[in-house]
Design a protein around this ligand. Structure first.
Ligand code: DAH
Length: 344
């Protein structure tokens, strides 16, 4: 027993002094002391020479020794790892350019939609939103498109349920109705959002796209106000060189109705495929809100008038960035997406 104690003390001193400067030396330490033929195993073997009454004490001593060796081994391991790290840093060429992370970019539709919102914001319009799943009243009937009205065929509708009709909204005009029904006047809103139509997907059409609807209801709102608002929008959106024209049109929810064209940004009005050789591209529909629509929403059409307009965000984005295929917006091709302004 006395002998064993001495041996342990001696080994402990030796181990305390041990150093390891590399992974290999740490491994050598492990093999020497903790391996299957290592010192700890060997010294454990001496238990059989210990007298029975001392076995308990000796067992405890040997266990403590084993823990001591294991702790030293763990210490050497971490020390050598941080040495290695320091060596690696010393060898590193800090003048090399780093690998930069991509921070992503905004989707072109979002960029343009935000720009549209900010332009109207400056004119005092606030943003209103509505549900994409609509009932027949808000998407059609209240907008002066009663059942069996032929104008319903202008928009190929995705129905979720028939009778009572539930559908995917075909335009953001439904949000106009929801806002007017709230009865707070005057009302000056724009409604951005996604709309759905049962159309064959091609470079020029898609079964879902985005619109921004505008609505201004107050006393004495005139067509001149509408024109002035839209002139301002076009100048802010496309610059002062762009020409604008209004054409008479038809929408059940406005009277009179018009469509607004701008001179083609692609060919500068000379005529190309985008403007179908006319030099003009249509960008929105608009008009004075039909008195029947006001009445449907409980607004006194003798007292109040208003204008409304609706534009397709994809069309404006295509013109702004000269994008020729609508499908690019929903395919999520990273080579396309990363060409747009980074997120700031
Ligand atoms: N809702 C129409 C469409 O989707 C666009 C539109 C035209 C909206 C005239 C309006 C408007 O508010 O006054 O084609």
């Amino acid at each position: 027993m006395e002998q064993l104690l001495q041996k342990i003390e001696q080994y402990k001193n030796e181990i305390k002094e041990s150093i390891a400067e590399s992974k290999d030396e740490v491994e050598a330490f492990r093999i020497k002391y903790l391996g299957t033929k290592g010192l700890v195993k060997t010294i454990m073997g001496e238990m059989k020479n210990i007298a029975a009454e001392q076995k308990r004490e000796a067992g405890q001593l040997l266990n403590e020794f084993k823990v001591f060796v294991e702790e030293k081994f763990e210490g050497l391991k971490t020390a050598s790892a941080s040495d290695l790290q320091e060596d690696a840093i010393a060898e590193m060429d800090l003048t090399l350019p780093g690998t930069s992370d991509s921070i992503g970019s905004r989707h072109p539709i979002s960029i343009i939609q935000n720009k549209i919102i900010s332009i109207f914001h400056r004119l005092g319009f606030s943003v209103a939103e509505g549900p994409e799943i609509e009932d027949d009243w808000h998407n059609f009937s209240a907008l002066n498109l009663p059942e069996n009205h032929p104008a319903r065929d202008m928009q190929d509708t995705f129905y979720i349920l028939k009778n009572p009709d539930w559908l995917l909204r075909t335009h953001t005009s439904s949000v106009q109705i929801r806002e007017m029904e709230k009865g707070k006047l005057p009302l000056r809103i724009i409604c951005p959002g996604r709309v759905y139509r049962n159309e064959t997907i091609s470079a020029r059409a898609h079964c879902f796209f985005n619109q921004v609807e505008g609505l201004y209801i107050a006393e004495n709102v005139s067509f001149a106000d509408l024109k002035q608002t839209l002139y301002f929008f076009v100048q802010e959106m496309f610059g002062t060189d762009v020409k604008v024209r209004f054409r008479p049109s038809y929408f059940p929810f406005t009277e009179p109705s018009a469509e607004m064209d701008i001179s083609c940004l692609i060919c500068d009005g000379k005529g190309c495929n985008v403007c179908k050789k006319t030099g003009w591209v249509e960008i929105l529909g608009c008009g004075m809100v039909h008195p029947k629509v006001l009445d449907n929403c409980g607004i006194d059409s003798n007292k109040y008038t208003g204008f409304a307009f609706g534009m397709g965000v994809e069309r404006i984005t295509m013109l702004s960035y000269q994008i020729k295929d609508l499908r690019l917006f929903s395919e999520n091709d990273i080579r396309f997406l990363k060409q747009f302004a980074p997120v700031t």
